[in-house]
Design a protein around this ligand. Structure first.
Ligand SMILES: Nc1nc2c(c(=O)[nH]1)N[C@H]1C(S)=C(S)[C@@H](COP(=O)(O)OP(=O)(O)OC[C@H]3O[C@@H](n4cnc5c(=O)[nH]c(N)nc54)[C@H](O)[C@@H]3O)O[C@H]1N2
Ligand SMILES: Nc1nc2c(c(=O)[nH]1)N[C@H]1C(S)=C(S)[C@@H](COP(=O)(O)OP(=O)(O)OC[C@H]3O[C@@H](n4cnc5c(=O)[nH]c(N)nc54)[C@H](O)[C@@H]3O)O[C@H]1N2
Ligand code: SF4
Ligand SMILES: [Mo]
Length: 745
């Protein structure tokens, strides 16, 4: 098979609530959109949007008061992503607009990096400076020495600009810090990935297996609502998590495995399912290749073998394997989303993909459905220059299966000591707070210090902006048009985002910023529309709609071309893999020198007195982006450190006590964090919610609140297959008292 890098198959066809943990439920209930509220406000002026508080991109309505102030955002009933209800974060998105600490005007650094002193500038001056520097770097070192780090809706505009410049160094943290291993693992197995929103048919499932996916805290809206429905309909939930997550509280089986041992459990499940002949024989015979090799491979991986590794009792492994088999094919072993944990993540998710194939869930009702995506007409642009070097030439041969640029590889390529094939000299950072997003902060700073240009486009004075030479303030999603949302789902659909209000202060939409830079750089042909809304109207008219119509309805859903949400009995399917089959044995990985079948390899354990640093999500926050949001800080204004009672007793630590953390590399948390003593975490780990411990005083509400997991993730377990940054191999110990000088430093 040709590498996915050259060949990404677009395989789309044709054009709640989790009543989990009382806390989650209550928040969702009070903040979402009860019918009474909807009735009350239906006559008021409303504008459509899709949410930018996370990447589920729920479509909703923004309502304003009679004075024209944004009052409330609620879900659009027509939208498959949210089914008429927003999650607490989406509802609280209004706070992004009202946050008084927002960036207000372009800023230019006046002192060296590290001394965060800026002066205000006009857009013209700031953009002239950026365009001039981009041109200079591009001429001096070649356009490949420029890298774009980007996340969120604006990505497409800056990507166009970069491709016009001749650089394909365009990385999103949602690949190598998030779902990259999963995408490559499913691609190797089925020739297809699981997309976003995931194509999990949770609505109709009889058994949902969550391996570290903490739905209910991970508040991906549609999935959480469908999970709640499935539970109501009697589905079995099996949660594998060393922590008693909200989802574990809703599960028939909670398997509190020893961290980092999932592959052993997955192999034992395969053993049970194959050797008891629980697997879907017809499906496997018809669609899969490599069964005999898999059978031989898992021969010795008995539940007893796995017990010694995972601490999950053999009878529990057997019962849960049977439970999955009984539900087959209406069973989902969830692929997860943030899967960059231990460096063997692609192989772990491969094991998950194989298990789904054995159970016949791929293409089955209650398993994985076939997505449909609306293909919008594209504006024709001049051809892009073919770059002479791309990100993979920086370290030839590294991460051969990565199908998207690896953000951390671009950072490595910005450090001369690493002897990259070419050196990156300028970063353009849009909508990603790299300092809290990429592990090993010292390394990121080292890279930054070698740059000749760092531009940050953001809405808030986040950590990354402090290191920028030029800060460009974007207006929030509530104040701008963006590209039409056309994400895959059961039915093809499109959604419109338009401004509910004028941009506050001197902020501008992403499209405008990218286009102005393009004009200054001589690439106006790539941005043929002065205003994005004119382009949207052109696209919409081509498909028989219009901007006017979309302003009225917000979301337009289309029928599928064929009635083929699931495979049918007589269907002959050629999977886009080498063999045309679902590859239980991956010839694709083998070809690149990686294990064709997943293996369990033991990971390092915490040294005495240290605990594995575990992290995750809270229902009312998204990463670091919401920590200063006035509405959401009202609900949760700091993270806490979960400690098992046994450990707390050993250390004499009590709930609400403040502690600092020191990791295996002697890094001490900048701020103390409040302890929560709870049985819900194993004795060998501690847990905190990601996104807190902000160090910028400009963000008054969140400065110094809680601790930053990222600061303590100095050891990165790189996935050799696709470059993912495994972040769960860090160990911390407690500092219960710090001298005043230590605290001040
Ligand atoms: N330690 C640790 N690291 C992680 C994770 C973790 O759990 N722990 N999670 C990983 C995962 S799964 C992911 S997907 C990534 C997420 O990584 P990021 O997307 O970088 O996460 P955020 O911290 O939310 O940073 C978003 C930035 O965008 C800005 N922003 C918000 N809205 C807009 C907008 O409309 N326009 C612009 N221009 N900027 C905007 C915010 O102010 C913020 O600075 O992080 C990864 N890194
Ligand atoms: N509220 C909210 N929801 C979000 C987000 C958000 O910021 N806020 N971000 C969204 C994004 S981009 C992503 S990628 C997802 C991420 O969310 P998910 O993909 O669901 O989860 P992870 O962050 O990978 O995993 C967190 C869980 O893994 C468990 N865990 C830790 N170590 C192990 C282990 O060794 N084995 C097993 N089996 N489990 C382990 C933790 O205890 C925790 O419960 O969330 C999405 N949803
Ligand atoms: S899940 Fe919540 S935060 Fe994410 S897009 Fe939907 S409403 Fe917004
Ligand atoms: Mo993510």
């Amino acid at each position: 098979m040709s590498s996915r890098r050259e060949f990404i198959r677009i395989s789309f066809i044709g054009a709640g609530v989790l009543a989990a943990g009382a806390g989650t439920y209550k928040v969702f209930k009070t903040l979402s959109s009860p019918e009474e509220v909807k009735k009350l406000i239906v006559d008021l002026k409303r504008t459509p949007t899709y949410c930018e508080v996370c990447f589920w991109k729920c479509a909703g309505w923004v309502y304003k008061t009679s004075e024209g102030k944004i009052w409330k955002i609620i879900g659009n009933d027509e939208d498959q992503h949210c089914r008429g209800r927003f999650c607490p974060r989406g509802t609280g998105g209004v706070g992004m607009y009202y946050d008084e600490d927002r960036l207000k005007t372009p800023l230019i650094r006046v002192e060296d990096r590290g001394r965060q002193v800026f002066r205000e500038a006009s857009w013209d001056e700031a953009l002239d400076l950026v365009a001039g520097k981009i041109k200079e770097i591009s001429v001096k070192y070649g356009p490949e020495s420029l890298a774009l780090f980007t996340h969120g809706s604006g990505s497409s505009y800056y990507s166009t600009l970069f491709k016009a410049l001749g650089s394909e160094n365009i990385a999103e943290p949602s690949y190598a810090q998030c779902r990259g291993p999963r995408d490559e693992a499913f691609f190797a197995t089925f020739g297809e990935e699981v997309y976003s929103p995931e194509i999990t048919d949770i609505r109709d499932t009889k058994c949902l297996v969550l391996i570290g996916s903490h739905l209910g805290e991970n508040m991906h809206n549609g999935q959480v609502q469908e999970m709640s429905d499935a539970i109501d309909k009697g589905a079995t939930i099996i949660t594998v998590d060393p922590r008693f997550s909200t989802a574990a509280g809703k599960s028939k089986f909670w398997l509190p495995l020893k961290p980092a041992t999932d592959i052993a459990l997955l192999l034992a499940w395969m053993h049970e399912i194959i050797y008891n002949e629980y697997y879907d024989k017809k499906y496997v015979e018809k669609y899969c290749s490599g069964f005999d090799q898999l059978k031989a491979h898992v021969k010795d991986f008995t539940p007893e073998w796995a017990y010694g590794i995972t601490a999950i009792r053999p009878d529990l492994i057997r019962r849960t394997a049977k439970e999955m088999a009984d539900a087959s094919p209406a069973v989902i072993v969830h692929p997860g989303r943030h899967v960059t944990w231990y460096g063997d993540d692609t192989q772990r998710v491969r094991a998950i993909a194989i298990l789904n194939a054995l159970l016949g869930s791929w293409g089955s009702r209650g398993g994985f459905y076939r997505p449909a995506k609306f293909e919008l007409p594209a504006v024709s642009l001049p051809l892009y220059k073919i770059p002479s070097k791309t990100w993979s030439d920086a370290f030839p041969g590294k991460y051969p299966v990565a199908s998207s640029p690896v953000s951390n590889a671009l950072i490595e390529a910005s450090i001369p000591e690493n002897n990259p094939g070419f050196l990156i000299k300028g970063w353009f950072v849009n909508g990603t707070n790299l300092m809290l997003t990429i592990p090993d902060q010292t390394n990121t700073l080292k890279a930054i210090q070698n740059l000749e240009l760092l531009v940050a486009v953001d809405t808030m004075p986040m950590e990354i902006t402090g290191w920028a030479d030029v800060i460009l303030p974007e207006c929030t999603y509530l104040e701008r048009f963006d590209a039409l949302r056309a994400a895959p789902h059961r039915k093809p659909a499109i959604a419109l985002r338009m401004p509910a209000v004028e941009p506050l202060n001197n902020t501008k939409p992403g499209y405008w910023i990218a286009r102005q830079l393009a004009l200054k750089l001589g690439f106006e042909d790539y941005f043929p529309y002065e205003k994005l809304e004119d382009q949207l109207d052109w696209q919409l008219k081509k498909i028989g709609s219009s901007l006017e119509e979309m302003k009225r309805i917000g979301v337009k859903t289309f029928d599928r071309e064929l009635d083929d949400l699931y495979y049918t009995d007589n269907e002959i399917i050629e999977f886009p893999t080498d063999s045309g089959k679902i590859e239980l044995y991956s010839t694709y990985f083998e070809q690149y020198g990686f294990d064709p079948l997943p293996k369990y390899v033991a990971h390092e354990e915490p040294p005495p007195g240290y605990y594995r640093l575990n992290y995750g999500r809270a229902p009312m926050h998204t990463f670091s982006r919401t920590s200063n949001n006035p509405n959401l800080t009202d609900l949760m204004d700091e993270n806490t450190l979960w400690i098992n009672p046994k450990v707390a007793k050993e250390w004499g630590i009590k709930t609400d006590q403040m502690v600092w953390l020191r990791n295996q590399d002697e890094v001490v948390s900048e701020f103390p964090v409040k302890v929560r003593v709870t049985e819900r975490i194993r004795w060998d780990s501690v847990y905190m919610v990601h996104g807190f411990g902000h160090a910028r005083k400009q963000m008054k509400r969140c400065y110094g609140k809680g601790a930053s997991d990222t600061q303590l993730i100095t050891k990165v377990l790189n996935d050799p297959i696709m470059g993912g940054t495994g972040m769960r191999g860090n160990f911390v110990t407690f500092i219960t008292e710090k001298s005043e000088t230590e605290v001040a430093s």
